[in-house]
Design a protein around this ligand. Structure first.
Ligand code: NAD
Length: 496
């Protein structure tokens, strides 16, 4: 049985906490490791290591920092298969899906290698007589990240590569459900030669998070997870005077216009609705066909495809999706399907009772499709985070826009159409942070930034890209005068 260790000051450290929690393999239901709920002293040790590493790291020329990052990127590429297997074992997603998430994380590392050019300040000569002004983006200090189970490699990599390349040092509290991939990544980071203490990992639950939120040496918190926790992190962190970005949950709609290519739509919905068993914050969970005829065609096209979904463990190369993360989450998702039936939605494909021979204790939920879902239903309002796609029929385009704009979440959305006017109108008016036009999962690439609207995100900055650089730095503006031969006397009016 693996015992998960903390990574503090460049060393793997066994926790002496009396409390351990099991890590499961969701494909089989077996316990694969034990994870410590680290003590307050262990969280403090991680912060202290980051604080001790800070002055030298922050002063290192950015190109020297980048030299470590280039080596790290190479090590990630070289070890991608092993990291992907660790992701799949504890998360349950298929191997290609795990490789995909890792690749998106590596792209952030790629981008971070080029940060020296983006940290360049601005300079204005002669803003006054012999006076010049320059501005500079300086690191915040020790910053921390708290991450969710569904992207155990990618989401931490949305944070620490940018933070450390901006001259900060970092403490990560990863999800307690799938800690092995972040630990492998941490080990590669040390192998790349970064100084000890630049990146630290401490495992735990709410108690570790609260310790980080209240710690006076932690200057900023990046959080990704569910909305109630995001809101809590934002309010407690900002009350403690920290800069906080807290990304939350989602309910992503996709409008299907009558002119859309239905085969393309079905392909998009199968991948975006059921990929990773629906456990993506950018999953499409609500399909909104415009008009009854479009809706009937959509449901008729989707039904056989949902019924034919290949579900299995990541060790099965043919599997299109795996189990959900825990027994408790499996029960929650099944409970939502019961709820939808009770509320009167039409259950077109029922994923309850799915059973996989040889994997009876795994946390599987069969692909589920609801039709005639309405906006007053609990299954429409809440994030289910499982392989449950809903069809919410709209009589016309305006009704669909109104439906999406009224939803409490605003992470991602998409429209499928061949009509440029409709697509442009949609992109202008939709109150959602990330929009796809014939693209179902519009997760921005590394040099753009990721961020939802409304209750999908708390705080003023998106994550990674230039928004990430702004989040992890503060602006200093220096005005300089070399007053050779100027004798102006004391001036009591405001300088102009
Ligand atoms: P979660 O909110 O349960 O946990 C996220 C992190 O918060 C974990 O590290 C966990 O240990 C910690 N945590 C849990 N309860 C806490 C508490 N009471 N106090 C302090 N910390 C606590 O989320 P999850 O189940 O791991 O992940 C799924 C959720 O994350 C979904 O809602 C999904 O939409 C969301 N998500 C959002 C994005 C995004 O970019 N907006 C990306 C990925 C996942």
């Amino acid at each position: 049985m693996d015992i998960i260790q903390n990574g503090i000051n460049g060393e793997l450290v066994t926790s002496n906490s009396a409390t351990q929690v099991p890590v499961f393999n969701p494909a089989t239901g077996e316990v694969s490791a034990q994870l410590p709920i680290s003590t307050a002293a262990e969280v403090d040790a991680a912060v202290a290591a980051a604080k001790a590493a800070l002055p030298a790291w922050a002063n290192l020329p950015p190109l020297k920092r980048a030299a470590f990052m280039f080596k790290f990127k190479q090590l990630l590429d070289d070890n991608a298969q092993e990291i992907a297997r660790a992701i799949s074992k504890e998360h349950g997603k298929t191997h290609p899906d795990a490789l995909g998430e890792l690749q998106r994380g590596i792209e952030i590392v790629d981008y971070a290698c080029g940060i020296p050019g983006l940290l360049k300040g601005e300079f204005s000569r002669n803003v006054g007589p012999s006076i010049d002004t320059h501005s500079d983006r300086q690191p915040l200090g020790v910053v921390a990240g708290i991450t969710p189970f569904n992207f155990p490699a990618m989401v931490p990599m949305w944070m620490f590569p940018i933070a450390v390349m901006c001259g900060n040092t970092f403490v990560l509290k990863p999800s307690e459900r799938d800690p092995s991939a972040p630990m492998l990544i941490w080990e590669l980071f040390q192998q790349a030669g970064f100084p000890a203490g630049v990146f630290n990992i401490v495992h735990g639950d709410k108690s570790a998070v609260d310790r980080l939120l209240d710690h006076s040496d932690v200057k900023a918190i990046s959080f990704v997870g569910s909305t109630p926790i995001a809101e809590y992190i934002y309010s407690r962190g900002t009350a403690a005077g920290k800069r906080v970005q807290a990304l939350g949950g989602a309910k992503n709609h996709m409008i299907i216009m009558p002119d859309a290519d239905m085969d393309q739509v079905a392909d998009a919905l199968m991948g975006a609705g059921y990929g990773s068993a629906g456990e993506r914050c950018m999953a499409i969970s609500v399909a909104v066909p415009i008009g009854e005829e479009t809706a009937d065609r959509l449901v008729a096209t989707l039904k056989p495809r949902v019924e034919a979904l290949k579900i299995g463990p990541a060790t099965d190369d043919d599997a299109e999706m795996g189990p959900v993360i825990t027994k408790m989450h499996q029960e929650k998702v099944l409970g939502y399907i019961d709820q939808g039936v009770k509320e009167g939605a039409e259950l077109v494909v029922d994923g309850r009772g799915f059973n996989l021979q040889g994997y009876e204790n795994g946390y599987y939920v069969g692909g589920t499709l609801f039709d005639k879902v309405t906006t007053d239903m609990v299954i429409y309002k809440e994030e289910i985070f499982g392989p449950v796609l809903q069809v919410a029929r709209a009589t016309d385009y305006e009704t669909a826009i109104d439906m999406i704009n009224k939803h409490e979440y605003g992470n991602g959305t998409a429209i499928f159409t061949r009509d440029g006017d409709a697509a442009r109108n949609f992109a202008d008016r939709i109150e959602v942070g990330m929009v796809g036009i014939n693209v179902p999962i519009p997760v921005p690439v590394a040099y753009h930034s990721f961020g939802g609207w409304k209750r999908s995100s708390f705080g003023d900055h998106g994550i990674y890209g230039e928004e990430g650089i702004h989040f992890y730095t503060r602006l200093k503006t220096v005005t300089t005068r070399w007053p050779k031969g100027i004798k102006s006397g004391a001036a009591f009016a405001f300088p102009t």
